[in-house]
Design a protein around this ligand. Structure first.
Ligand SMILES: [Ca+2]
Ligand SMILES: [Ca+2]
Length: 202
């Protein structure tokens, strides 16, 4: 082999080596890009999972808020729901007849609650406005000592020592008040007394 041929072979070998090195560098760069893309995908998946969890929480919160408003609004305004009944508390002091007239004007009647203590819980929120006692719907004005609620059912539970059944010419206790003391509750009083009242929507 001549010197010129040897030089040419060397040249070819160097070119081949350089070309291999270039291919190796390109493969390494491709691997880096793929690795980077994989990392980006993993991060994106994690962020997506996190965002899905946050959206799910927001959805659940919206559902319970809607449920809350649906339950709240099941009584017509301005009545408020207490267990399964609707009440409106008015702080204006009026006689029994005036109170009843007002409630009937609100498509209701004076209160005849199934759950007195539950109603008390609502009244405690209005304690500053209503003071101590409010009108309830029962009366014995049609027949002395026969106490009936507006729906015709009898009054069964009284406060301690009540009804006092005062029935003189000057003092007739024919109307019903609810006291805010839990052991006193229902008491018969004269109907011309003036006090706040509670209406109930049927
Ligand atoms: Ca009476
Ligand atoms: Ca009494």
């Amino acid at each position: 082999m001549s010197k010129g041929q040897v030089t040419m072979v060397h040249g070819l070998l160097i070119a081949l080596l350089l070309s291999c090195l270039t291919v190796s560098t390109v493969v390494t760069e491709d691997n880096d890009v793929i690795h980077e893309m994989r990392s980006t995908m993993v991060v994106s998946q994690l962020m997506l999972a996190e965002q899905t969890a946050v959206l799910q929480e927001l959805l659940n919160a919206s559902r319970s808020t809607l449920r809350f408003f649906a339950e709240e609004s099941s009584c017509p305004y301005p009545y408020k729901k207490v267990l399964d009944e609707c009440f409106y508390v008015c702080g204006k002091k009026v006689t029994f007849d005036q109170a009843r007239q007002h409630c009937q004007g609100m498509a209701g009647d004076l209160a005849h609650p199934k759950h007195l203590h539950a109603l008390l819980s609502l009244l405690f929120e209005y304690e500053q406005i209503i003071g101590g006692n409010v009108w309830m719907g029962a009366t014995d004005s049609h027949q002395e000592n026969t106490w009936l609620w507006p729906d015709g059912s009898p009054v069964l539970k009284w406060g301690r020592g009540e009804p006092s059944r005062l029935n003189s010419a000057s003092v007739k206790e024919d109307c019903l008040e609810l006291r805010l003391e839990t052991n006193m509750l229902l008491n018969d009083v004269i109907c011309t007394k003036k006090m706040p009242f509670v209406c109930q929507h049927p």
